[in-house]
Ligand binder design. Sequence first.
Ligand code: IPM
Ligand code: MG
Length: 366
Amino acid sequence: MRFKKLSQMNKKILVIPGDGIGSEVTKWGKRVLEVIAENSGHHFQFEEALMGHAAIEATGSPLPDETLAKAKNSDAILFGAIGHAKYDNDPTLKVRPEQGLLKIRKELGLYANLRPVKVFDELLSASSIKPEILSGADILFFRELTGDVYFGEKKRGDDGSWASDLMIYHQYEVERIARKAFQAAMTRRKKLCSVDKANVLEASRLWRKTVQEVAKDFPEVETEYMFIDNAAMQLIKDPRRFDVVLTGNLFGDILTDEASQISGSMGMLASASVGDHIGFYEPIHGAAHDIAGKGIANPLASILSAALLVDITFGFKEISERIIKSVEKVLKQGYRTMDIADKHIENRFVLGTDGMGEKVIECLNV
Ligand code: IPM
Ligand code: MG
């Protein structure tokens, strides 16, 4: 189907496949963007670049200058995954794939990481949580992405016997993401839960005070404050109680992995990292080296990342919804990748990465 004609846009999209299953899944996020361009008359110009372990192997750096320059020159970035097992069990290695991702987030000022968690009805039984607890859950996480212990000063004692990472937040860092989160809450169910550890941490007390100040500008939003330990429990106990969840970098990292179980699988969750200019879109799953190269990875998180990209960076809400609907349709038809197939799914419905990608494209073209 041809999409409703909007005024034609020329956009530059940088594709960074990264490591592990990254290239297998971004192939399909990119393909979806190509189909959209073909059907809508927009012009997307694609480039490709290296990051992570793949970049270390080729250039010695996890984020080569060339990649950063291309990134700064693009409108949006579609990213795959990062990491390699060889680094995970060797903490002595100084150059690490993840440094590439952290640096690009900082360099591009991507301070707000949006992670929507929705349960597709068809996947209710794929989660380890009971369907009656999950059904209807719809949460939008705002994870702060360029501060916290991730970027605070790191120290290691001269004799190697101690180490520290500084948890630091500045008021302006909390304020700018809080504003974005409240604005999003206004377009949803007007509920926001800010998650911190203000009973113990000074950085969290600043966080809470700043969010309370911002909340005054959004009197219609019902705001609650929750400690991270309680939030981790409530999320599994009653996910439907949450609408927008606002939290810091480390707590957000952990909570959103937990929340992936609400959508059935890590393979389903997409994310958008935004600041003031360029948007960066990626699945929340990792490089999954154990299944890399086997053609069985789930491409849906990359496809859903492409949906976020066209919505948030390009403003094509309708097209984005069509992509999501196509994913829904394929799931309704019964097709699954291995990670989301429960034991009742017949073998002929279990598809590989390309099989699943092709099904979504078919639906998008109908
Ligand atoms: C994520 C990842 C990254 C993070 C890693 C790969 C550095 O877990 O995007 O959630 O911790 O932010
Ligand atoms: Mg993570």
